[in-house]
Design a protein around this ligand. Structure first.
Ligand SMILES: Nc1nc2c(c(=O)[nH]1)N[C@H]1C(S)=C(S)[C@@H](COP(=O)(O)O)O[C@H]1N2
Ligand SMILES: [Mo]
Length: 326
């Protein structure tokens, strides 16, 4: 039997997985569906119909037309894993903190402001954004810098559709995404690991690529809060941290903006953050990945350049040294 070279796995990851597995067992014992209900299903349904005064947590179906141009044949990661094993530091650094705490985030009313280098700066109500274009279902791979990955059916449409509405000026070179801060509802904000709000950004040509998706739903339903409700981005050829969640502001800028992870550790996280198996994170390899749900001891999968989206996006980086621009 061929020996599979195991890259170094950060100890924090092993702990996170163990905690996750035991929580999952506990949830099974507590009764099927507990996780989904806790994620907003029950709360949202009753609040919407009852018009209760508590914070609104809309939930429900979000039908999307499958788009075969953006579809992967890989086995989907289970809904339970997609919405139960998350990174969303506003709710804590543990993988189950988001599912545990994100139900408190208010997602209505929700306004997304677009400002900066645009001819038509304006604010969009989230419910208008949901109607701006037809909702597609696309299956994307999400590759976390921590060397695990998922295959996720997102619902939404290309970010470029929205950006065209506000008409970027010729000076617009970068697009920055600002995530929400709700101090009363986000226990993670008390920790100073990140200089809140969480900010991410793309170069303008990257942001206009049709693969960059504004996501409103997953698995045919509105996003659970822990996945970045009511709207997040998905940039499938980059490490997961580039895909900001629960976005309240989009800024078009002339100069390279600050981004949260580059600020925390510029030697570990670059602005581009293209998935690149040849460039290791300083503390571990990026050559392989673990598919969440396959079990911790299942064989690892080779990580693909640009997370497998090279045919679509490699031309964006022609002539760039991708070891320097990691
Ligand atoms: N606002 C915000 N967005 C964020 C993060 C975060 O901590 N805060 N984590 C990022 C990271 S590291 C990953 S891997 C993905 C995870 O998305 P998922 O939980 O929906 O799979 O969200 C990204 N977006
Ligand atoms: Mo990540």
């Amino acid at each position: 039997m061929a020996r599979i070279k195991q890259p170094y796995i950060p100890p924090s990851e092993i702990t996170a997985e163990a905690v996750w597995q035991s929580r999952r067992t506990w949830l099974r014992r507590a009764g099927a569906g507990a996780l989904t209900l806790g994620a907003g299903g029950m709360l949202g349904g009753s609040l919407l119909s009852g018009g209760a005064a508590m914070s609104a947590q809309p939930s429900g179906r979000l039908a999307g037309t499958p788009n075969p141009d953006y579809w992967l044949k890989n086995k989907l990661t289970s809904e339970e894993d997609v919405s139960g094993y998350n990174n969303f530091y506003e709710f804590g650094t543990g993988k189950t903190d988001p599912v545990g705490y994100a139900h408190k985030m208010r997602t209505r009313p929700w306004v997304v402001e677009i400002e900066g280098e645009v001819e038509k700066p304006r604010s969009f109500d989230i419910d208008d954004l949901l109607k701006l274009a037809s909702i597609e279902e696309r299956v994307y791979r999400l590759r976390c810098v921590e060397a695990w990955s998922m295959v996720i059916p997102w619902s939404g449409y290309s970010l470029s559709t929205l950006l065209k509405q506000v008409q970027p000026t010729s000076k617009a070179k970068y697009v920055q995404f600002v995530s929400a801060t709700q101090p009363d509802n986000m226990p993670g904000l008390r920790s100073r690991i990140i200089d809140w709000p969480y900010v991410e950004a793309l170069r303008m040509d990257e942001a206009m690529h049709p693969l960059v998706m504004l996501v409103f739903g997953v698995y045919g339903k509105l996003l659970p809060n822990q996945n970045g409700a009511p709207m997040r981005v998905a940039v499938p050829w980059k490490y997961g941290f580039k895909s900001g969640k629960s976005i309240v502001k989009i800024r078009l800028l002339e100069n390279l903006p600050e981004t949260s992870w580059v600020k925390i550790a510029p030697n570990e996280y670059g602005f581009y953050a293209n998935v690149n198996p040849a460039v290791p994170h300083p503390r571990w390899s990026q050559a392989t990945e673990r598919r969440i749900g396959d079990g911790f001891f299942a064989p690892r999968v080779d990580t693909l350049m640009y997370n497998g989206y090279g045919e679509q996006v490699a031309s964006l980086y022609a002539g760039m040294d991708l070891r320097r621009n990691y």
